[in-house]
Design a protein around this ligand. Structure first.
Ligand SMILES: [Zn+2]
Length: 128
């Protein structure tokens, strides 16, 4: 089986993906969940810039997102939910650093949990 580099720099599978399971985008290959993470984080950035704060310093936003994902081990799917929640409920976020608190917000975590238990009745562990 041919092995390729997984282009997600945070690849959780050792950075190599075999042909049979790879998702191909252009000439780049990814694990399915690696590609999903990249897409989620791209969306988080876009939504934040479009709806939360168009004047945000991009470097600052990127740094916060990286810290959340890499150091605080926040799931990209959950982070996307947090941003959507903030926008939907019109919650004020003045600086990207506020996201550190939002991801631990009980109300948001509960809403996320409820969303999934309503969808599939699964128990879900949420990183805190
Ligand atoms: Zn990967």
């Amino acid at each position: 089986m041919r092995e390729y580099k997984c282009w997600n720099k945070r690849c959780a599978h050792g950075g190599k993906v075999t042909d049979n399971i790879a998702v191909k985008v252009g000439s780049k290959r990814y694990h399915k969940d690696c590609k999903m993470d990249i897409d989620n984080l791209k969306k988080v950035r876009e939504l934040y810039i479009e709806f939360v704060d168009p004047a945000v310093v991009h470097m600052q936003l990127n740094k916060v997102i990286n810290t959340l994902i890499e150091d605080k081990k926040v799931d990209s799917e959950f982070l996307l939910f947090v941003i959507e929640f903030i926008i939907e409920k019109d919650i004020e976020v003045n600086v990207p650093f506020s996201l550190y608190y939002k991801v631990t917000d009980y109300k948001i975590k509960k809403a996320y949990k409820d969303k999934f238990s309503n969808l599939c009745n699964n128990n879900l562990t949420i990183h805190s």
